[in-house]
Design a protein around this ligand. Structure first.
Ligand code: TEU
Ligand code: CA
Length: 516
């Protein structure tokens, strides 16, 4: 295994609950995932990142962890997880798991002990418990999901939760918490995982002296990751990937120092609108941040928290903002799919690591018409049913057949799949050379030998066009204009996101060229 396998990797994100169901209860599981490993091997991904697979009441889709050293029973067993890791390795696919250090589930043993032990106990010191102000919470901090960030317990104290009340925040100034998570890392590295995605990585340290919420990007957080990096390095080539929502690139780069994380998600690129200048600015800013510290950038078009690209790029407003999600905004899916195809070639040709969220390779749109009573995202409930939230990008995948459950399960999927997905199943796309699936497969195959880590050189191009060359002599050109543009001089066309018209590149189309 090469020391730097991760620097140019293509990493596939599996949201296990919705990937494939192996036992007919409608919920995705390890048996389903294991049965689809050949599909992922054919797709050509280097690693799989799994969202949390631990025991969880699922108050936040598994990000409310009840036991960090086991597997959620509805997903399978620890033995199955170890088998999965081995089977993936046998196919040359590495496994990255999701660690959630900022908070646990209110059903996790430590929190149950803290409730029982009462005010002033060491058990309570593992969390942020405090006296209120009379019948008011200790401060006016708000939860990221909406509503107050404090919830009262029967003996009158309150506890902090930056997310849902079912997700009490750990007190990271407590050595017991630090020791616990270092042991959790060893537990999974011992079982062969190749990397860790660190959830909400920048918010672990809180400063309660300030009136406004103050928990993002405090310097003390870096001590935690220096400890984790030492452990990762003991095991050799195990990587730490930070989920760091931080616009300030200088501060973002601090997480990528050689004694901290290997890479961190780059959400700026994903959040930008479908415009040449905007995306050029994001690429330049990202490279300016990463190149000096020789950290490979990551390029992400979607994940389990944001609208799917086919819908996002078909909307009047093509950017994304957590504060203003615009769930359900009308979308021209034909336009959105054309742009999503071009965005895929753009993201896969940039220097560094690329992430593919399950279903992105099938060109799935956001599902905007989930019946309200089936929604499970705490954002929906905490926003008093005003913000639909993230269920729309978490609908179970369509594998085969003409009607739901499209080979995903033999039972009822936990979220309903739209009937029109019959034209988007992996089976129907596998034999259609113009499908999104074939575009991803071909692009990932070319990318494996030509792209990934390295540098780019911008080429001259007219307004509304991005063009750059990579070290291997592959050039990527993307036309964001509403009119076609002339292709630059080239030796051959390697791949295009849509049909070319002679020597012209149509609107909202990307092409990979061989140039000398
Ligand atoms: O998300 C962290 C987070 O802050 C952003 O994703 C965003 O604020 C959130 O999705 C609300 O829009 C991580 C996970 O990716 C997300 O699924 C979890 O809900 C969250 O942490 C809590 O664990
Ligand atoms: Ca199942």
């Amino acid at each position: 295994m090469s020391e730097t396998w991760w620097r140019g990797a293509a990493i596939y994100q599996v949201y296990l609950r919705s990937f494939a169901d192996g036992n007919g209860d409608g919920i995705g599981d390890l048996a389903g995932l294991r049965s689809r490993l050949p599909y992922l091997s054919d797709l050509g991904v280097d690693a799989i990142w799994l969202n949390p697979w631990y025991p969880s009441p699922m108050a936040d889709g598994g990000y409310d962890v009840a036991d960090y050293r086991d597997i959620e029973p509805s997903f399978g067993t620890l033995a199955e997880a170890e088998k999965f890791i081995q089977e993936a390795h046998a196919l040359g696919i590495r496994t990255i798991i999701d660690i959630v250090p900022n908070h646990g589930s209110d059903q996790q043993k430590w929190f149950i002990d803290a409730l029982a032990a009462g005010p002033g106990s060491p058990e309570r010191e593992r969390f942020w418990f405090a006296e209120g102000r009379g019948d008011e919470p200790p401060s006016d901090w708000k939860s990221i999901f909406g509503g107050p960030a404090w919830t009262r317990v029967p003996d009158g104290q309150w506890y902090l939760h930056l997310f849902a009340p079912e997700q009490p925040d750990f007190n990271w100034s407590n050595p017991e918490v630090i020791a616990e998570f270092e042991d959790v890392l060893r537990f999974w590295f011992d079982r062969g995982v190749d990397g860790i995605r660190i959830d909400s990585a920048a918010v672990l340290i809180k400063d309660f002296d300030s009136v406004e919420e103050s928990y993002t990007d405090h310097d003390a957080v870096h001590e935690i990751y220096r400890g984790w990096r030492q452990i990762a390095d003991e095991y050799g080539e195990r990587i730490l990937i930070g989920e760091v929502w931080l616009p300030d690139q200088e501060r973002f780069a601090l997480y990528l120092r050689p004694d901290e994380m290997h890479t961190a998600f780059n959400f700026d690129f994903m959040a930008r609108p479908w415009e040449a200048d905007e995306l050029r600015a994001s690429i330049d800013m990202t490279l300016a941040t990463h190149v000096p510290i020789s950290a490979p950038p990551t390029w992400v078009l979607s994940n389990h928290d944001v609208p799917r690209p086919v819908s996002k790029y078909g909307r009047a407003v093509t950017s994304f903002d957590h504060a203003e999600r615009r769930d359900g905004a009308p979308s021209d899916l034909v336009l959105g799919e054309r742009r999503a195809r071009a965005a895929a070639l753009l993201a896969m040709s940039l220097p560094g690591t690329v992430y593919v969220y399950q279903g992105e390779e099938l060109g799935l749109p956001e599902v905007d018409d989930i019946p309200d009573e089936l929604r499970q995202d705490p954002i929906w409930t905490r926003s008093k049913q005003t913000v639909p939230g993230r269920d729309g990008c978490r609908v179970p995948l369509p594998w085969s057949g003409q009607e739901p459950p499209f080979g995903y399960s033999t039972g009822e999927p936990w979220l309903p799949q739209p009937a029109f997905w019959k034209s988007l199943t992996a089976e129907s796309q596998a034999t259609d050379s113009n499908s999104m699936l074939c575009l991803y497969r071909t692009a990932l195959r070319i990318r494996r030998t030509e792209l990934g880590d390295g540098s780019l050189r911008w080429l001259d191009s007219e307004d509304g066009v991005l063009a750059f060359a990579r070290d291997s002599g592959l050039a990527c050109v993307v036309n964001f204009n509403t009119h076609p543009v002339q292709l630059p001089p080239h030796d051959s066309v390697l791949l295009a996101s849509g049909a070319l018209e002679g020597n012209e590149l149509p609107s909202d189309t990307a092409v990979w060229l061989r140039i000398s």
